[in-house]
Ligand binder design. Sequence first.
Ligand SMILES: NC(=O)c1ccc[n+]([C@@H]2O[C@H](COP(=O)([O-])OP(=O)(O)OC[C@H]3O[C@@H](n4cnc5c(N)ncnc54)[C@H](OP(=O)(O)O)[C@@H]3O)[C@@H](O)[C@H]2O)c1
Length: 316
Amino acid sequence: MAREMRAASFSEFGGRDKVTVGTMELPELKEGEVLIRVKAAGVNPVDAVIREGYYKDMMPHLMPVIPGWDVAGVVEERGHAARRFEVGDEVYAYARRPEVKWGTFAEYIIIPESYLALRPRNLSWEETAGVPLAGLTAYQSLYDAGNLQEGQSVLIIGASGGVGTFGIQLAKARGAEVVGVASARNHAYMRELGADHTIDYKDQHIGEATKRIYPDGVDLIFDCTSGESLQQSLMALKPGGTLVSILNQGKDLDPGINFRFVFVEPHATQLYALRELAEAGKLRVHVSKTYSLDEAAEALEQIHTLHTTGKIVVVP
Ligand SMILES: NC(=O)c1ccc[n+]([C@@H]2O[C@H](COP(=O)([O-])OP(=O)(O)OC[C@H]3O[C@@H](n4cnc5c(N)ncnc54)[C@H](OP(=O)(O)O)[C@@H]3O)[C@@H](O)[C@H]2O)c1
Protein backbone atom coordinates (compact mmCIF):
# COMPACT_ATOMS: atom_id res chain seq x y z
CA MET A 1 0.00 0.00 0.00
CA ALA A 2 1.29 3.48 -0.89
CA ARG A 3 2.72 5.37 2.07
CA GLU A 4 1.45 8.84 2.92
CA MET A 5 3.46 11.53 4.64
CA ARG A 6 3.25 15.15 5.68
CA ALA A 7 5.44 17.48 3.66
CA ALA A 8 5.96 21.16 2.86
CA SER A 9 5.64 21.85 -0.87
CA PHE A 10 4.91 24.43 -3.55
CA SER A 11 3.12 24.01 -6.89
CA GLU A 12 4.07 27.40 -8.35
CA PHE A 13 7.25 29.46 -8.14
CA GLY A 14 7.09 32.58 -6.02
CA GLY A 15 7.27 33.92 -2.49
CA ARG A 16 6.53 32.68 0.98
CA ASP A 17 2.76 32.24 0.35
CA LYS A 18 3.42 29.50 -2.24
CA VAL A 19 4.62 27.03 0.42
CA THR A 20 1.92 24.90 2.05
CA VAL A 21 2.03 21.86 4.32
CA GLY A 22 -0.15 18.84 3.56
CA THR A 23 -0.26 15.12 2.83
CA MET A 24 1.54 13.54 -0.12
CA GLU A 25 1.89 9.99 -1.36
CA LEU A 26 5.38 8.54 -1.66
CA PRO A 27 6.31 6.53 -4.77
CA GLU A 28 7.34 2.84 -4.58
CA LEU A 29 10.97 2.10 -3.68
CA LYS A 30 13.07 1.29 -6.74
CA GLU A 31 16.25 -0.75 -7.11
CA GLY A 32 19.11 0.62 -4.99
CA GLU A 33 16.89 3.11 -3.14
CA VAL A 34 16.15 3.43 0.55
CA LEU A 35 13.34 5.04 2.49
CA ILE A 36 14.61 7.46 5.14
CA ARG A 37 12.52 8.69 8.04
CA VAL A 38 13.59 12.35 8.26
CA LYS A 39 14.66 13.37 11.77
CA ALA A 40 15.87 16.83 10.73
CA ALA A 41 16.41 18.76 7.49
CA GLY A 42 19.02 21.49 7.09
CA VAL A 43 17.94 24.76 5.43
CA ASN A 44 20.15 26.45 2.82
CA PRO A 45 19.85 29.67 0.77
CA VAL A 46 19.38 27.56 -2.37
CA ASP A 47 16.05 26.25 -1.02
CA ALA A 48 14.56 29.76 -1.13
CA VAL A 49 16.14 30.41 -4.52
CA ILE A 50 14.58 27.20 -5.91
CA ARG A 51 11.16 28.27 -4.56
CA GLU A 52 11.50 31.51 -6.51
CA GLY A 53 12.20 29.59 -9.75
CA TYR A 54 15.76 30.80 -10.22
CA TYR A 55 16.98 27.37 -11.34
CA LYS A 56 13.94 26.45 -13.44
CA ASP A 57 15.81 26.63 -16.76
CA MET A 58 18.86 24.79 -15.41
CA MET A 59 17.25 21.73 -13.81
CA PRO A 60 13.89 20.03 -14.40
CA HIS A 61 11.34 20.83 -11.65
CA LEU A 62 8.38 18.47 -11.20
CA MET A 63 5.50 20.15 -9.34
CA PRO A 64 4.62 19.92 -6.56
CA VAL A 65 8.18 20.37 -5.31
CA ILE A 66 9.20 19.55 -1.73
CA PRO A 67 12.07 21.90 -0.81
CA GLY A 68 15.18 20.88 1.15
CA TRP A 69 18.40 19.17 0.12
CA ASP A 70 19.89 18.24 3.53
CA VAL A 71 18.74 15.25 5.55
CA ALA A 72 19.58 13.43 8.77
CA GLY A 73 17.46 10.38 9.46
CA VAL A 74 16.95 6.66 9.91
CA VAL A 75 16.85 3.95 7.22
CA GLU A 76 13.32 2.56 7.40
CA GLU A 77 13.11 0.32 4.30
CA ARG A 78 15.44 -0.91 1.56
CA GLY A 79 14.58 -1.38 -2.11
CA HIS A 80 15.77 -4.30 -4.21
CA ALA A 81 19.60 -4.68 -4.09
CA ALA A 82 20.05 -1.82 -1.60
CA ARG A 83 22.37 -3.52 0.87
CA ARG A 84 24.96 -0.95 2.00
CA PHE A 85 22.88 0.06 5.03
CA GLU A 86 20.75 -1.83 7.53
CA VAL A 87 17.24 -0.89 8.53
CA GLY A 88 17.68 1.32 11.60
CA ASP A 89 21.02 2.83 10.52
CA GLU A 90 21.38 6.53 11.34
CA VAL A 91 22.50 8.35 8.21
CA TYR A 92 22.86 11.78 6.59
CA ALA A 93 23.00 13.05 3.02
CA TYR A 94 23.12 15.95 0.62
CA ALA A 95 20.04 14.89 -1.32
CA ARG A 96 20.21 17.01 -4.49
CA ARG A 97 18.85 14.86 -7.32
CA PRO A 98 18.95 15.50 -11.11
CA GLU A 99 15.23 16.45 -10.95
CA VAL A 100 13.92 18.86 -8.32
CA LYS A 101 10.93 17.08 -6.77
CA TRP A 102 11.38 15.09 -3.56
CA GLY A 103 13.05 17.25 -0.92
CA THR A 104 13.73 16.82 2.76
CA PHE A 105 11.11 19.14 4.36
CA ALA A 106 8.96 16.05 4.82
CA GLU A 107 8.49 13.06 7.09
CA TYR A 108 10.22 10.73 4.58
CA ILE A 109 12.48 10.82 1.56
CA ILE A 110 13.39 8.07 -0.90
CA ILE A 111 16.97 8.30 -2.12
CA PRO A 112 19.60 6.06 -3.78
CA GLU A 113 21.76 4.57 -1.04
CA SER A 114 24.90 5.87 -2.79
CA TYR A 115 24.09 9.36 -1.45
CA LEU A 116 24.21 8.24 2.19
CA ALA A 117 26.85 8.06 4.88
CA LEU A 118 26.57 7.02 8.51
CA ARG A 119 26.11 10.17 10.54
CA PRO A 120 28.52 11.61 13.15
CA ARG A 121 27.64 9.80 16.37
CA ASN A 122 28.44 12.76 18.66
CA LEU A 123 26.07 15.26 17.01
CA SER A 124 22.35 15.75 17.65
CA TRP A 125 19.91 15.16 14.78
CA GLU A 126 19.57 18.91 14.26
CA GLU A 127 23.35 19.43 14.20
CA THR A 128 23.79 16.50 11.82
CA ALA A 129 21.22 17.91 9.39
CA GLY A 130 23.18 21.16 9.21
CA VAL A 131 26.31 19.48 7.87
CA PRO A 132 25.88 17.99 4.38
CA LEU A 133 25.40 20.80 1.83
CA ALA A 134 27.35 23.51 3.65
CA GLY A 135 30.02 21.10 4.93
CA LEU A 136 30.60 19.58 1.49
CA THR A 137 30.73 23.04 -0.10
CA ALA A 138 33.47 24.15 2.28
CA TYR A 139 35.30 20.84 1.88
CA GLN A 140 35.22 20.90 -1.93
CA SER A 141 36.13 24.61 -2.03
CA LEU A 142 39.03 24.61 0.44
CA TYR A 143 40.47 21.12 0.08
CA ASP A 144 39.72 20.21 -3.56
CA ALA A 145 39.50 23.47 -5.56
CA GLY A 146 41.67 25.57 -3.21
CA ASN A 147 44.18 22.82 -2.33
CA LEU A 148 44.67 24.53 1.05
CA GLN A 149 47.86 23.48 2.83
CA GLU A 150 49.16 23.65 6.39
CA GLY A 151 50.67 27.06 7.21
CA GLN A 152 48.82 28.89 4.43
CA SER A 153 46.49 31.84 5.00
CA VAL A 154 42.87 31.99 3.87
CA LEU A 155 40.43 34.90 3.76
CA ILE A 156 36.82 33.68 4.09
CA ILE A 157 34.19 36.22 3.00
CA GLY A 158 30.88 35.41 4.69
CA ALA A 159 32.50 33.32 7.41
CA SER A 160 29.71 33.24 10.01
CA GLY A 161 27.03 31.65 7.81
CA GLY A 162 26.36 28.02 6.98
CA VAL A 163 29.28 27.49 4.59
CA GLY A 164 31.66 29.85 6.39
CA THR A 165 31.11 28.09 9.73
CA PHE A 166 32.52 24.91 8.15
CA GLY A 167 35.09 26.89 6.17
CA ILE A 168 36.74 28.27 9.31
CA GLN A 169 36.87 24.87 11.00
CA LEU A 170 38.09 22.91 7.96
CA ALA A 171 40.82 25.49 7.37
CA LYS A 172 41.93 25.21 11.00
CA ALA A 173 41.81 21.40 10.81
CA ARG A 174 44.29 21.66 7.89
CA GLY A 175 46.59 23.89 9.97
CA ALA A 176 45.90 27.11 8.03
CA GLU A 177 45.49 30.67 9.37
CA VAL A 178 42.03 32.16 8.92
CA VAL A 179 40.70 35.68 8.43
CA GLY A 180 36.90 35.66 8.77
CA VAL A 181 34.70 38.39 7.24
CA ALA A 182 31.20 39.06 8.63
CA SER A 183 29.39 41.84 10.48
CA ALA A 184 30.62 42.79 13.96
CA ARG A 185 27.85 40.90 15.78
CA ASN A 186 29.37 37.63 14.50
CA HIS A 187 33.04 38.27 15.35
CA ALA A 188 33.04 36.48 18.72
CA TYR A 189 31.29 33.55 17.01
CA MET A 190 33.96 33.32 14.28
CA ARG A 191 36.76 33.49 16.87
CA GLU A 192 35.11 30.70 18.86
CA LEU A 193 35.18 28.54 15.73
CA GLY A 194 38.90 29.23 15.36
CA ALA A 195 39.26 32.35 13.19
CA ASP A 196 42.62 34.03 13.91
CA HIS A 197 41.49 37.45 12.65
CA THR A 198 38.11 39.04 11.90
CA ILE A 199 37.04 41.89 9.59
CA ASP A 200 33.71 43.76 9.58
CA TYR A 201 32.65 44.33 5.96
CA LYS A 202 30.30 47.10 7.07
CA ASP A 203 32.93 49.54 8.29
CA GLN A 204 36.25 48.27 6.95
CA HIS A 205 37.68 47.93 3.44
CA ILE A 206 38.24 44.15 3.28
CA GLY A 207 41.34 44.26 1.06
CA GLU A 208 43.07 47.01 3.05
CA ALA A 209 42.23 45.42 6.40
CA THR A 210 43.59 42.05 5.20
CA LYS A 211 46.80 43.71 3.93
CA ARG A 212 47.37 45.20 7.36
CA ILE A 213 47.45 41.63 8.74
CA TYR A 214 49.23 39.98 5.77
CA PRO A 215 51.23 42.67 3.90
CA ASP A 216 52.13 40.14 1.15
CA GLY A 217 48.53 38.99 0.83
CA VAL A 218 46.77 35.67 1.52
CA ASP A 219 47.27 32.34 -0.25
CA LEU A 220 43.56 31.69 -0.73
CA ILE A 221 40.36 33.72 -0.84
CA PHE A 222 37.17 31.72 -0.27
CA ASP A 223 34.26 33.86 -1.45
CA CYS A 224 30.80 33.05 -0.07
CA THR A 225 29.15 36.43 -0.85
CA SER A 226 30.39 37.90 -4.15
CA GLY A 227 29.64 41.54 -5.15
CA GLU A 228 31.45 44.48 -3.58
CA SER A 229 32.98 42.40 -0.76
CA LEU A 230 34.67 40.11 -3.29
CA GLN A 231 35.93 43.04 -5.39
CA GLN A 232 37.40 44.71 -2.28
CA SER A 233 39.22 41.56 -1.25
CA LEU A 234 41.07 40.94 -4.54
CA MET A 235 43.93 43.35 -3.76
CA ALA A 236 44.78 41.07 -0.80
CA LEU A 237 45.38 37.93 -2.91
CA LYS A 238 49.06 36.97 -3.06
CA PRO A 239 50.55 36.77 -6.58
CA GLY A 240 49.98 33.13 -7.56
CA GLY A 241 47.27 32.74 -4.90
CA THR A 242 43.90 31.15 -5.60
CA LEU A 243 40.37 32.56 -5.53
CA VAL A 244 37.55 30.06 -4.98
CA SER A 245 33.99 31.38 -5.27
CA ILE A 246 30.66 29.63 -4.78
CA LEU A 247 28.73 32.54 -6.33
CA ASN A 248 30.83 34.41 -8.88
CA GLN A 249 31.41 32.30 -12.00
CA GLY A 250 34.27 34.45 -13.28
CA LYS A 251 32.32 37.57 -14.25
CA ASP A 252 34.20 40.87 -13.79
CA LEU A 253 37.37 39.08 -12.70
CA ASP A 254 40.88 39.68 -13.97
CA PRO A 255 41.60 36.63 -16.22
CA GLY A 256 45.10 36.52 -14.70
CA ILE A 257 43.67 35.36 -11.35
CA ASN A 258 43.93 31.68 -10.54
CA PHE A 259 40.18 31.26 -10.17
CA ARG A 260 37.86 28.33 -9.48
CA PHE A 261 34.08 28.26 -9.24
CA VAL A 262 32.57 25.46 -7.13
CA PHE A 263 29.03 24.09 -7.37
CA VAL A 264 28.75 21.53 -4.59
CA GLU A 265 28.33 17.88 -5.59
CA PRO A 266 26.86 15.06 -3.49
CA HIS A 267 29.80 13.00 -2.19
CA ALA A 268 29.26 10.21 0.33
CA THR A 269 33.00 9.57 0.86
CA GLN A 270 33.49 13.21 1.86
CA LEU A 271 30.51 12.91 4.24
CA TYR A 272 32.49 10.14 5.96
CA ALA A 273 35.51 12.49 6.16
CA LEU A 274 33.29 15.17 7.75
CA ARG A 275 31.92 12.57 10.17
CA GLU A 276 35.47 11.69 11.22
CA LEU A 277 36.32 15.36 11.82
CA ALA A 278 33.13 15.86 13.84
CA GLU A 279 33.81 12.79 15.95
CA ALA A 280 37.39 14.02 16.55
CA GLY A 281 35.91 17.26 17.94
CA LYS A 282 37.22 19.33 15.02
CA LEU A 283 33.83 20.21 13.53
CA ARG A 284 31.08 21.77 15.59
CA VAL A 285 27.67 22.79 14.26
CA HIS A 286 25.87 25.81 15.62
CA VAL A 287 22.10 25.50 15.06
CA SER A 288 20.78 29.02 15.63
CA LYS A 289 17.10 28.08 15.24
CA THR A 290 14.88 25.03 14.75
CA TYR A 291 11.54 25.21 12.88
CA SER A 292 8.64 22.74 12.73
CA LEU A 293 7.38 21.50 9.35
CA ASP A 294 4.45 23.93 9.66
CA GLU A 295 7.00 26.74 9.93
CA ALA A 296 8.91 25.71 6.77
CA ALA A 297 7.89 28.88 4.87
CA GLU A 298 9.27 30.99 7.73
CA ALA A 299 12.56 29.05 7.71
CA LEU A 300 12.90 29.84 3.99
CA GLU A 301 12.30 33.54 4.70
CA GLN A 302 15.05 33.55 7.33
CA ILE A 303 17.62 31.78 5.13
CA HIS A 304 16.79 34.17 2.28
CA THR A 305 18.14 37.12 4.33
CA LEU A 306 21.72 35.81 3.88
CA HIS A 307 22.37 36.91 7.47
CA THR A 308 21.81 33.62 9.32
CA THR A 309 24.44 32.69 11.91
CA GLY A 310 25.49 29.03 11.64
CA LYS A 311 22.65 26.76 10.49
CA ILE A 312 18.87 26.62 10.78
CA VAL A 313 16.97 23.34 10.63
CA VAL A 314 13.43 22.05 9.98
CA VAL A 315 12.27 19.18 12.23
CA PRO A 316 9.23 17.36 10.78
N1 LIG B 1 27.96 27.12 -5.38
C1 LIG B 1 27.60 26.33 -4.38
O1 LIG B 1 27.73 25.11 -4.46
C2 LIG B 1 27.00 26.91 -3.13
C3 LIG B 1 26.87 26.08 -2.01
C4 LIG B 1 26.37 26.64 -0.82
C5 LIG B 1 25.99 27.99 -0.77
N2 LIG B 1 26.08 28.73 -1.91
C6 LIG B 1 25.71 30.18 -1.86
O2 LIG B 1 26.70 30.81 -1.05
C7 LIG B 1 26.13 31.84 -0.26
C8 LIG B 1 26.46 31.58 1.20
O3 LIG B 1 25.77 30.42 1.65
P1 LIG B 1 25.55 30.18 3.21
O4 LIG B 1 24.74 28.98 3.38
O5 LIG B 1 26.86 30.29 3.94
O6 LIG B 1 24.67 31.52 3.56
P2 LIG B 1 24.34 32.15 4.98
O7 LIG B 1 24.27 31.09 6.00
O8 LIG B 1 23.17 33.05 4.78
O9 LIG B 1 25.64 33.05 5.33
C9 LIG B 1 25.89 34.28 4.69
C10 LIG B 1 27.18 34.89 5.27
O10 LIG B 1 27.55 36.05 4.51
C11 LIG B 1 27.79 37.14 5.39
N3 LIG B 1 27.50 38.34 4.61
C12 LIG B 1 26.28 38.83 4.23
N4 LIG B 1 26.45 39.93 3.46
C13 LIG B 1 27.80 40.12 3.34
C14 LIG B 1 28.62 41.08 2.67
N5 LIG B 1 28.07 42.08 1.95
N6 LIG B 1 29.96 40.95 2.75
C15 LIG B 1 30.53 39.97 3.46
N7 LIG B 1 29.83 39.02 4.12
C16 LIG B 1 28.47 39.11 4.06
C17 LIG B 1 26.91 36.88 6.59
O11 LIG B 1 27.41 37.56 7.73
P3 LIG B 1 26.49 38.64 8.54
O12 LIG B 1 25.22 37.92 8.93
O13 LIG B 1 27.35 39.01 9.71
O14 LIG B 1 26.23 39.76 7.58
C18 LIG B 1 27.08 35.36 6.70
O15 LIG B 1 28.33 35.08 7.31
C19 LIG B 1 24.62 31.83 -0.58
O16 LIG B 1 24.35 32.82 -1.56
C20 LIG B 1 24.38 30.44 -1.17
O17 LIG B 1 23.30 30.41 -2.07
C21 LIG B 1 26.60 28.25 -3.08
